[in-house]
Design a protein around this ligand. Sequence first.
Ligand SMILES: [Ca+2]
Ligand SMILES: [Ca+2]
Ligand SMILES: [Ca+2]
Length: 394
Amino acid sequence: MKRTLLALGILVGALTIATAPAQIVYSFEPEDLHGFAGSGGDGWQVLRATTGVTHGDYSMGVLWPTGSGGFRWLFGNGARDELLPYLQISKKLLMDATVPTDVSVPWSNMTFSLNGPSPYGWNQLPFSTGLPRQSGTRTVLIDLESLPLPDPDIEWFQINFGMNAGGSHQLYLDNLRLYRTACEMMAMDFETPGELYGFAPDANNFGVTVTWNDGKMRIASTGGFHWIFNGTVPGLLEMLQRGDLVVMDVTVVSAPPAGWGNMIISVNTGPDGQAGTWSQTSYAAEIAAGNNTFTRAIAIDYRDVTYHPNPDYCLLNLGINSGGPMTIEIDNIRIYRKAVEGDVNCDGCVDDADLLSVLFEFGSTDITPADVNNDRTVDDADLLTVLFNFGTGC
Ligand SMILES: [Ca+2]
Ligand SMILES: [Ca+2]
Ligand SMILES: [Ca+2]
């Protein structure tokens, strides 16, 4: 105990700069930015930056040339052991994307490919992920589940970022990390026949229908923008307050002819019988892409929504937009918890269970959430972070 207390004193300084998220693939700290740096000389800039830093000291800035938008691939360095062991744990990743003040674009998105020597080759997603269009930091979900992984002994292996925007854009990326299902709070699974949790379009809106279909919510739109109002379950407000992303599985059943569809959400809270607070996200999740049909998870960062100060009710609304008729199915609407420092099992509370996880894995050099400070060793520093934050969130 005496030794622990001594170590505690020494490590206080280190602990205050450590941030909670373990299992980080890339933090964009090294000079070469894991290979993503390098401009083609046509005005694009990829740089190590100090804007939008959410882990460590640096982020990766991507600056489109003034007066233009457009598409560009950024290629990773191909170091297999920096990437493959992480994707073997989870093919869903999260990354923070920051747009600086006074920058905005009509749309921006990103696609991904995994690449290695033949016969593995180039493996690209058939869809893109929405990026923030207005100033602020948003977390994006990268769903690589539809892509195969190579043999573990492949010579090199890279992840590539396909960046796109409808204008001159500036983005700062940081903290590419594993998505953890342990952090999900399930809100609506659509398992009960006919159960739509209140989701419905306005009674006068004949441009969209919402039906229960075999364990999913089917939304058929004639195109354009439509609100699907009033989804709720008991405890929804508490879940939203403990999280920062709404995550759901979306299947494109019938693709819109113009090849694009997207979604925002709003949260409506208020006291019963009185006017409430309507607050909608600036982030738009991409849904459809081209004429492809597929299923993937999307996430909508709702950190910019505000709640009524004294709410009795809480309603989730989906704002669906598409270039022409589109049919989608939605399943498993869940809320992803905000990171609580020292919360190893991601149940929102730092307690005995977290302490035991660190003790059981003490000395491990695996990629594990017990490695709280993400330095690839479970040791005193991780234990102290848990002890320091004991009781937080409980
Ligand atoms: Ca960083
Ligand atoms: Ca915990
Ligand atoms: Ca550690």
